[in-house]
Design a protein around this ligand. Structure first.
Ligand code: PLP
Length: 406
């Protein structure tokens, strides 16, 4: 049984007050809070088991290396991936996608080649492709969402042409919560021989993921949204794609041999991990993923679906609240504006006075906001520890905003 109050007790920060009110944390889409097991594991790693990894032969280095390398298998299990060597550690999704852009896409794309993107994308899955547009003349082909914020997978597949070299698409919009049928996109792309990169930053946080079932070639995650530390992350890369990649960052750990005239590289995944990594961050991410797997991602998904339905029902009564992109099966993320002159920043400031943390602005998704016809929104993004009582607190505070700004 999913006992949300018991789960809340695992997260120390949820017990604090903000502006003299109980904290209502609804900014999980930006970054999630950390359970005590993660905080304790990181403290232990620093207090008792810290050293650099891979290079040392001494006791602490061996312990740190085992803990750190053990996280690859945890990430693989979390993503349903068959082989831990398909996991490349990163500092987050942004680095993962940039790695694909520099190491896989750049060497194989010429002027006029195309990358298919959706308008739902976060800047992390846009700007690395703009680099290729600017530097190599690669063409970005955009697929528009539907009026309800959903993305028609067939439209993405239909956008694939003879010059398309990659489809790069999010599994879940960080603005609207839209869930994208990435498996359908991958099936269509595979039939046309085009690899697919899935931005799993949001998707992996809210439901079980199986990369073999999705059928993608690259799947990027970010640890801090998965209840782990910032600076942690990973990207799953299909073996065949990994063989096609050239190294991106050069330095220690990614080499086998260096002479004055030549260099040979380590085997993947270390070939793509130069320099001292975020050792304790990745250890923390491993503990966070174990925590999620112990809760059961299907249970997390069911809890959040119930929250989404409850919030949607409560919002329905607020006819001055404009929810952007409210597709039926979406995740528990709501972006909204209010009728009247209030800017999203004003609303967010009033909510903050009530102890409620939401995000306001463009959410690193400017093309999507332009498509929606808004300059900024407030975003309430729910996580595994949120409650219907917190939805009520949000609604009450929004009613106050309406009174203040109408
Ligand atoms: N993609 C999506 C959909 C996101 O929501 C985010 C973060 O908000 C990112 C990518 C980038 O993640 P990070 O900043 O952790 O690299």
């Amino acid at each position: 049984m999913y006992d949300v109050q018991k789960i809340r007790a695992d997260f120390p920060i949820l017990g604090r007050r903000v502006n003299n009110r109980p904290l209502v944390y609804l900014d999980n889409g930006a970054s999630a809070q950390k359970p005590r097991v993660v905080i304790d594991a990181m403290t232990k790693a620093y207090e008792e088991e810290y050293s650099n990894v891979h290079r040392g032969l001494h006791y602490l280095s061996t312990v740190a290396t085992e803990k750190y390398e053990g996280v690859r298998a945890i990430v693989a299990r979390f993503l349903g991936a068959p082989d831990p060597d398909e996991i490349v550690f990163t500092t987050g999704t942004t680095e993962g996608i940039n790695l694909v852009s520099y190491a896989w896409a750049a060497p194989r794309m010429e002027a006029g080649d195309e990358i298919v993107l959706s308008v739902l994308e976060h800047h992390a899955n846009i700007v690395p492709w703009h680099f290729l547009r600017e530097r190599q003349g690669v063409v970005l082909k955009w697929v528009e969402p539907e009026a309800d914020g959903s993305l028609d997978p067939q439209k993405v597949i239909d956008a694939i042409g003879p010059r398309t070299r990659l489809v790069a698409v999010t599994q879940m919009s960080n603005v609207t919560g839209t869930l994208v049928d990435v498996a359908a996109i991958c099936r269509g792309a595979r039939e046309r021989g085009v690899p697919v990169l899935v931005d799993g930053s949001q998707g992996a946080v809210h439901r079980p993921v199986s990369v073999p079932d999705i059928g993608c070639d690259f799947y990027a995650i970010t640890g801090h949204k998965l209840y782990g530390p910032s600076g942690s992350g990973a990207i799953w890369i299909a073996k065949d794609r990994m063989k096609e990649m050239r190294p991106f960052l050069g330095g220690g750990d990614m080499i086998r041999d260096v002479t004055r005239d030549a260099v040979t590289y380590n085997d993947p995944p270390m070939k793509f991990e130069a320099g001292t990594p975020g050792i304790v961050q990745q250890i923390g991410m491993g503990v966070a993923l174990d925590y999620l797997m112990a809760l059961g991602m299907e249970n997390v998904a069911a809890h959040e679906a119930a929250l989404r339905d409850y919030a949607r029902e409560r919002f329905r009564g607020l006819n001055w609240l404009n929810v952007q992109g409210d597709a039926p099966g979406k995740g528990a993320i709501f972006s909204f504006t209010l009728d009247g002159p209030a800017h999203a920043h004003d609303i967010s400031t009033v909510l903050d006075q009530k102890g409620i943390a939401v995000r306001a602005g463009t959410h690193c998704a400017m093309p999507l906001l332009e498509h929606l016809g808004v300059t900024a929104t407030c975003r309430a993004s729910f996580g595994l520890y949120n409650t219907t009582g917190e939805v009520d607190a949000l609604v009450e505070a929004l009613e106050l905003c309406h009174e203040l700004f109408a």
